[in-house]
Design a protein around this ligand. Structure first.
Ligand code: UDP
Length: 431
């Protein structure tokens, strides 16, 4: 017999393992989101299990993060890293593994919060088989993403259909910015229940170390002008624009100015994100920036506060960004942000108050905005203080988790957990 404690919930993030090292091979904001939300919800009294795909034999199947929160790795497909676009065919195995797990534990989760379209499919499939409330966060919308990439993958048709079906059938969709909610309505479907709850950041972890102390620890001189990027190496991240902007900076090669570009993130050569990293390294060499550029590689989340605090400006040059955790992490650390005027960045960064927003892929505009901040340290500090204030008020994980917790409680109390049929023809949703 199944026991269903009301406070037991599952977060499903097949492609984004919440227990894995962040910053390499497709591991980024989604992984951080699931882990932080999971742990914060556990602190609020939920019993949280975070399900992901096991991608190597060395990985333990269960990682206990705290007494009420753990990562559970289910086998679906080969025990090796697989790019997201190749995972769809293994989803039925994931569904079966999830059901087997429930059987072994003698429980059924009354609510699953799915993340990214692959997990959305799993959530919808589970709903055909058991009573379930589904909450979903997209993290990236195919309908927007495919407008920004030169080659649309074969999986696109399936992804778009799943994203539409999920929007129309999930008990609640969590949009992480008003811009994302608008994209859902205009590009995906006019039906479905959307609630805007942003992503968050740890305001205790970021913002406690000051600029000079951070520089001392990192061996950076007080007068050096530091431009900082951190994130995955993916063309969508627009690192090329940043490099070209720094090449145009007025501070480059100017007497008395010591300009430094730090590009953090990425794996060692031979990994799937290595091609973009090699391309960027080549560009840095071609533009004669090798002397002033460093690539520290993946930066541990524990070391990140130092880098953000040491920087004069943090640049987020993405072509598309549903939310963009890096921007709020930098702002929490009192570092102004120059970001592309896209997606969630339009929500988090306030132009002239916490940094600047400029058109994506416009290196001249990026160079101008970066130079304005580098030229006036007192103004940089002012923008930094306002940024921290904004993050504290709007984007702390504790506040975000409290809103999610309220949402779950409300949906569970409405007792909507009856098996639902999808509004989409089933053949679209089958693998
Ligand atoms: N990150 C990290 N170390 C790195 C690179 C990235 O810890 O070397 C973290 C970064 O701090 C942020 C996340 O990865 O929390 C990236 O999230 P974001 O939303 O900015 O981008 P995404 O990866 O979702 O595209």
């Amino acid at each position: 017999m199944f026991v269903t404690p009301e406070n037991r919930i599952a977060l499903i993030s097949i492609d984004g393992d919440p227990a894995i090292a962040i910053g390499q091979e497709e591991a980024g904001g989604q992984n951080v989101y699931v882990r932080q939300v999971g742990e914060a919800l556990a602190n609020l009294g939920w019993q949280v299990d975070m399900f992901t795909r096991r991608s190597s034999v060395e990985q333990p199947t269960i990682v206990q993060h705290n007494p009420c929160c753990r990562t559970i790795r289910l086998e679906a497909g080969p025990l090796e890293f697989m790019p997201r676009n190749q995972l769809f065919e293994h989803l039925p195995e994931f569904v079966c593994a999830f059901q087997d797990f429930q059987q072994r534990e003698g429980c059924q989760y009354p609510l699953v919060h799915t993340n990214y379209w692959l997990s959305a499919w799993v959530g919808m499939e589970l709903k055909q088989r058991q009573p379930l409330v589904q909450v979903h966060t997209y993290h990236s919308l195919g309908a927007v993403k495919y407008q920004t990439v030169p080659d649309v993958p074969i999986i696109a048709t399936k992804r778009l259909a799943v994203e539409k079906a999920c929007l129309e059938t999930a008990e609640r969709i969590v949009a992480t910015s008003p811009q994302e909610a608008e994209h859902m309505r205009t590009l995906v479907s006019s039906q479905g229940a959307i609630e805007m709850i942003p992503c968050g950041t740890d305001i205790e972890q970021f913002g406690t170390v000051r600029r000079l102390a951070a520089r001392q620890q990192l061996g950076i001189a007080p007068e050096t002008k530091v431009v900082f990027y951190v994130g995955r190496f993916d063309q969508r991240k627009g690192i090329e624009t940043l490099v070209r902007a720094v090449a145009l900076s007025e501070h480059r090669g100017r007497r008395g100015d010591d300009l430094r570009l730090i590009i953090g993130g990425g794996s060692r050569p031979g990994k799937s994100d290595g091609i973009e990293r090699e391309r960027i390294e080549q560009l840095v060499a071609d533009l004669d920036l090798a002397d002033l550029t460093t690539f520290p590689g993946r930066i541990e989340h524990a070391d990140l506060p130092l880098y953000y605090a040491a920087a004069d400006v943090c640049v987020v040059p993405s072509h598309y960004e549903p939310f963009g955790l890096v921007a709020i992490e930098a702002m929490a650390s009192r570092t102004p942000v120059v970001a592309s005027q896209v997606g969630g960045l339009r929500y988090t960064v306030v132009p002239g108050v916490t940094g600047f927003l400029v058109p994506p892929q416009d290196e001249v505009a990026f160079a101008t905005a970066i130079d304005r901040i580098l030229a006036l340290p007192a103004w940089r500090d002012h923008l930094g203080e306002l940024g921290r204030r904004r993050v504290k008020a709007m984007f702390s994980w504790t506040g975000v988790a409290a809103r999610l917790s309220e949402l779950y409680a409300q949906l569970l109390s409405q007792n909507t957990s009856i098996p639902q049929k999808s509004s989409q023809p089933l053949e679209i949703l089958t693998t």
